[in-house]
Ligand binder design. Structure first.
Ligand code: CTP
Ligand code: CA
Length: 227
């Protein structure tokens, strides 16, 4: 193809991206899940491929096509997502863009739970593994660059920086998801990049533009890290 300047920024690099929600079954027809279209995560996977990387996308249930040239693994639950990510290691860059369900039902019912007769069911929940934190804190095969997202409704920077530190990430992409932000399902996003070096706020951009800029920022950080 055409030799565009950015096309080789990640040539020879391996990138793993998680995207979309996870669905945690309550019974065969119901689930617990976060709001997430997967648009931002899928756009990052596509942009990394565009930049020459070998990309594995681990996607929860989304209504999007698999990005061209990207190895896409489809999963339902957080535990399946974690397993797929670990099987895809080693990698140079990990990007946790998925909206992973924080809890799952201890034991999903094997048959559909019927409403009516008795009281509404109470769900016993247990916390899901934190996929990003597990990658960020790995001793063996930790990707050189680990990036996560922080979706916050309040005290965005403070919460996002706390997540960066607690999850052992190099970069957190913070986005405001409060009422009116219109991030979920939309085509635009306004983010602040947070790293040990400081922070950088970008204007409101399309998710495709955010993805291209993130990939450029990741490539730059990775090359700095290797010098
Ligand atoms: N994440 C993950 N596994 C989880 C929960 C979150 O990998 N079980 C990742 C997300 O993909 C994201 C980052 O952690 O990159 C932050 O997710 P977020 O939901 O904002 O943070 P939590 O740590 O779950 O905290 P809370 O939802 O309570 O704000
Ligand atoms: Ca969460």
């Amino acid at each position: 193809g055409f030799a565009r300047p950015s096309t080789a920024a990640l040539k020879g690099r391996r990138v793993i991206v998680t995207s979309g929600p996870t669905h945690e079954p309550i019974d065969p027809v119901r689930y617990i899940g976060n709001r997430s279209s997967g648009k931002q995560g899928h756009a990052i996977a596509a942009a990394a491929r565009e930049a020459g990387a070998e990309v594995t996308l681990v996607s929860g249930p989304v209504a999007l096509a698999d990005p061209w040239g990207v190895t896409t693994i489809h999963v339902e639950t957080a535990r399946e997502m974690q397993q797929a990510v670990e099987q895809a290691l080693p990698a140079d860059i990990f990007v946790g863009a998925a909206a992973v369900a924080d809890w799952r039902v201890v034991e999903a019912a094997p048959e559909k739970i019927k409403k009516g007769a008795k009281n509404p069911p109470s769900l016993a929940l247990v916390e899901n593994p934190d996929i990003l934190a597990a990658i960020g804190r790995r001793k063996r095969d930790r990707p050189a660059l680990v990036a996560g997202f922080a979706a916050e409704t309040d005290r965005l920077i403070e919460h996002a920086e706390a997540k960066r530190l607690s999850k052992g990430c190099d970069i957190i992409v913070a986005n405001h998801v409060g009422a009116g932000a219109n991030v979920f399902g939309g085509d635009r996003n306004e983010v602040t990049l947070i790293s040990a070096a400081g922070r950088e706020s970008w204007p409101n951009l399309t998710k495709t533009e955010v993805a291209a800029r993130l990939v450029a920022a990741f490539a730059k950080k990775l090359s700095e890290a290797r010098q």
